[in-house]
Write a protein that binds this ligand. Sequence first.
Ligand SMILES: Nc1ncnc2c1ncn2[C@@H]1O[C@H](COP(=O)(O)OP(=O)(O)OP(=O)(O)O)[C@@H](O)[C@H]1O
Length: 636
Amino acid sequence: MGSASSSRAGSPKAAGHGLRQQMLALPLANQSVAIPTGLFAIAALLAMGLPLLVAASRRRKAAPFSHRSSDAGGLSAAFRIAARLSFGRTRTRSSLFLLFLLFLALALANTAAVAQSFAQRDYMTALSQKNGDLFFKKLGLAMVLLAATMPMRSVAEFAAGGLTIVWRDALTDGLLRDYFHPKVVYWLRHASDVPDPDMRIAVEAGHFADMLVLMIRDVFENVLKLSGFLGVVYSISPLLCLVMAGYAAVGAIATVKFFGAPLVRLDRTIKSQEASFRKSIARCLDRAEPLCLCCGEPSESREARGRYSSLQQQQWARAFWRTSLGTFRECFSWAAYLLPVAIVAPLWLQDKVPFGTVPQAIMAFQVSLGALTVVVRKFRSVSALIAEGSRLEGLVQALSAALTRAQQPLPAPEESQSEAVAVDDLSLNLPDGSFLYRQLSFELRPGERLVVFGPSGAGKTTLIRALAGLWAGGSGSLRHVSPVVFLPQDPYMPEGSLRRVLSFPSEVFSDEDILAAAHRSCLDDVIARYEDLDACADWEAVLSRGERQRCAFCRLLLLRPKLAVLDEATSALDEPTEEALYQELQVDAPSTAAMSVVSITHRPSLQRFHTHILRLRVNETGETTWKFEVNDEGLP
Ligand SMILES: Nc1ncnc2c1ncn2[C@@H]1O[C@H](COP(=O)(O)OP(=O)(O)OP(=O)(O)O)[C@@H](O)[C@H]1O
């Protein structure tokens, strides 16, 4: 029962094992306290010295291990993320309630554990005095106290589980809100060094919440244990209390100083290398067809293996540091077996304390030391928590930078009431600062249609990006009417039903409208093949590029914007189909008659569908020049 009661308060095996060890060690302590203490010190020094020396030398050799500033950043990053999820606007109440419940349940359970330690002292003393009545009475009390802790433990378990869900929810909610803010994913993809936001949002946010709750629970529990048992240790022997505090401080400082920086750094590196390895595999699956057609598997396999082998090196380094930390921890825990008996047994031998005080001191010492050295025991979790916290904070910062760019593009397109498109003195820069083109100016009135011609790399798509607010470098002004629909060459295919694919992103159209627009977009063959609009498939994989382009065109006809911007949006279609679609944009559909159009194409046959032409040319210096003209031969 004694060992069982210890297990409630501290490590179950350690407590029971330690108690038995102490009982065996008593005669030795009786003879001389100095011998076992000295032996322990020598053994500990030998066992700890080797790994620590190697650790220190590795630390000197490998410069990247000294990451003081980034570790501090990591810890503060973890704190910032923790604060963000615990005190999010919507979940503060439930967080506080569950935290309170957790604390209360642990407090009651630990109070029962302290009371139980006194019952244990009494029944051990009764046992040594062969007082059967008292022994069974105190044993019964210990059992009742033990039973009382069980429901408290269950409540604590529930509160911790609930807290994990609530905090993960808060974190995921905030991240998703920023992630799906208009245009943010574009900047996250093009202007951030976060390669795996999906992984961080879908998996690591959950891990982080889980580990944080475990950590908080540990801290609560250890604070409570300490407040309960420190007094017990002090009441038995102030010297024992002093020795324990000094010993715990040495352990904590040694752990953080020697193992902290490298372990946190390695955890972080491994996380990001795992993401990069995963990406090299996932990318091949995403781009399976072009990869197989160019027989690129062996080359991509080498790339993936290369990434895996760097990951493996880091894992070996971490295994080394974890082994060193484990050895240190093991040596450190020996003291919990030896020190209390070395100090308290002489008191019993001198009849200064009853016999039951000896096992009580051992248990209280073990529990208090365990609480004081929570940092030493849980350092692996602490370092993983810091690593994940700093990765999440990296994502939060990248999202916030992407949000800023999305909200303040350069130049910023404005809404126009009178012109369909008005470009005035527009100069666009590439990221290296060089000019793509300068002082571009033109104007389109409602209903006018512009075609942009120019060689590859002249900046046609960049002009569209600037119109869409997806460019960050330039000057001048850009205005266009609203609503506007942009159709890229490779349109976005959402998951889900054919209905969703044909009307994305809107969800308001009736099936009749969708079928009519599909017919006008030359999609009768696709509709006939899938029979009804509820059909689901991996559209990216089962539709040809031309079919996907026609699906996007169907969305355009449904949405009927005032301005349509087509960037080689029909490039995969045969000329008759392409011309049929362009016809739909102007004459045959009364509802879209006033639609203005900006098209980019390499096909001169489309020129006749446009009223204006913008010709781009690249000069000898690599800069693009432009000419805007009226197309006299265009259809009215
Ligand atoms: N994010 C970027 N970073 C660096 N350079 C870029 C970026 N985006 C575009 N460029 C460069 O800007 C130039 C114009 O690109 P753009 O895509 O506008 O050409 P394009 O005229 O549409 O070509 P194509 O007809 O081949 O599609 C190219 O030289 C391209 O390499």
